[in-house]
Structure formats: C-alpha cells, structure tokens
Design a binder for this molecule. Sequence first.
Ligand SMILES: [Zn+2]
Ligand SMILES: [Zn+2]
Length: 236
Amino acid sequence: MFPGLPKHHLPSRCAVCHSWPRPQLCASCLERFAGARPRCARCALTRTQVGDAPCPDCRDWALEACHAAVDYAFPWNELLTAFKFQRQSGYSELFAGLLLRDAGVRALLGDLGSDDVLMPLPLSAQRLAERGFNQAWELARSLHRLSGCKAQLQTRLLLRTRHTLAQSQLDRAQRLANVRDAFLTEPLAPDCVRGRAVVLVDDVMTSGATLNAAAQSLLQAGAKGVQALVVARTPS
Ligand SMILES: [Zn+2]
Ligand SMILES: [Zn+2]
C-alpha cells in the first residue's frame, strides 16, 4: 500500500515510484502503467484494436459512452483506495490529469455547452456519512477546473435513493438487482436535465451496472444523452 501523499511532497515526488524531484506522475511511470490502450467506446473494456464494435455485453446499455484512463490494477488500485479514504486535492488532480491526457476526454469536455451538466455519481447518504466525502465529487471538481469546461458542475441533481451493497462483493446478476431504482433525479427540479447532455464522473467502473442505472434515471428524466468518465475500469 502506498502511504498517503503528504501535501508538501506534491508535486515534487512521483506518486507511484516516489522518485524525486519529479512531477506528480513521472514520465516513466506513465509510460509503464498508463499507456493508451484501445477500449470499447461504450463500456471502456480493453479491446484488441481501436474501432472494434461495442462488445455484446454493453450493446443495450443506457450509457452512451465511457472513457477510462487506466485499468483497475497496480498501481492505480492502491492509489484509488487511498484517495477514497483521504480527502486530498492532490489525488483528485492527479486522477483528473490522468483522464485529461486522453484527447477523447478533452474533446468530450470541450464540446459541452453551458446548458450541459457534469455530475459526480452520488453516494448514498449512509455511505457519505461513513466516509465524510464523495471522491467522485472531488474528481468532478478537478476535471471541471483543469479542463476549463463550460458545463454546469452539478452535485445535487441526481440522488441515490437507496443504500446499496458494495458492488465489488456481488456477482453480475446481484449487481444489476442491487442498483435497480437506486437513483432518482431531484424531484424539486423536474426539468433539471431535460434536453441536456450529461457526463457522469466516477473513480472506478466495476461492471458498469451502477453507472448504467444512473444513466437510465437521467434518460427517463429527459437527458439528451449520458456519457461517463472514470479513472479506472475493472478488466474483464
Ligand atoms: Zn514514477
Ligand atoms: Zn463494451
């Protein structure tokens, strides 16, 4: 496990190899652990070549597209775990920067207009209380700031109505059942996403069931389309 990232070590020490003086992620670690890989445009699973048709599993998803910076594997899994439990802006900037290396991510955020919405995937009230902050909020905020995107950063339009079990402990069928009806758009702002493009932000995509359930709620509320940005995708 990597120790935390003390603020005074940022940005002079690489978060992965700890060599210094280096940027937050040094060039050799980026090359070694974060090389660009072809991914399914819809579910972000790695594919053998760019432009492959969407995989059979994601053909019917509500989510239109998803970008992932890296696979959920060493060293990112350890850094993401540390991020989840420590509220440090250094982490969210590091991960936002990792996503923004991808020209597709920059184009997606750059194309959003001032009516469109960038929103973190919410936690349930119970999980938020346990953890004290939502890492997806921090990430969305850093992405919004570093990209200069014009979309509205909204953290209250999507509600997590039920406390769900941790997806990582469930199989596929259980995951789908676990998140069904878990999201609702803000009833006090009924037209909040109508006709708008929405980009959801989360740290990790496991099966995609949670992001898809959120996308479904947003489409039902009239969103024009829903895409997602995640730092890491669990490999198949
Ligand atoms: Zn390094
Ligand atoms: Zn796919």
